[in-house]
Design a binder for this molecule. Structure first.
Ligand SMILES: [Cu+2]
Length: 121
């Protein structure tokens, strides 16, 4: 976790330095492209969060699982019980109520959407 953060920070700083350097040297158009690339890199790295949890309920029709999750450091969340959406029901296959799981998720349009989930056993 800590290593990931450091890896991101060092990479992102490198992108910022390169972006700043090239912005000084090149046309506005190319600097905008580099800024976009940096923004995408930032989104992909920062906006994916991971946690561990116990599955409380699974609603296949609504695409919602209720998880009692532990603290999520990247969001400064304490442990709590809340709903997460899943887009692809194949993600949830083999996951049962009361399972201990680890999962990753993103925030998308105001929802927290699971991108990976697996049973810890
Ligand atoms: Cu929560």
């Amino acid at each position: 976790m800590k290593r990931n953060v450091m890896y991101f920070i060092s990479n992102f700083c490198a992108v910022l330095v390169v972006t700043g350097f090239i912005t000084m040297q090149q046309t506005e158009a190319s600097s905008i492209l580099l800024a976009d690339a940096a923004a995408v890199a930032q989104k992909e790295t920062i906006l994916s969060h991971e946690g561990s949890a116990t599955v409380k309920t699974i609603d296949m029709e609504k695409g919602v699982v209720k998880l009692a999750h532990g603290p999520v450091a990247s969001l400064k969340w304490p442990a709590m019980t809340m709903n997460f959406k899943f887009i692809d029901s194949a993600l949830i296959q083999g996951i049962k109520v009361d399972d201990a799981v680890t999962f990753t998720f993103i925030k998308s349009n105001g929802d927290y959407v699971i991108t990976h989930i697996k049973s810890s056993q």
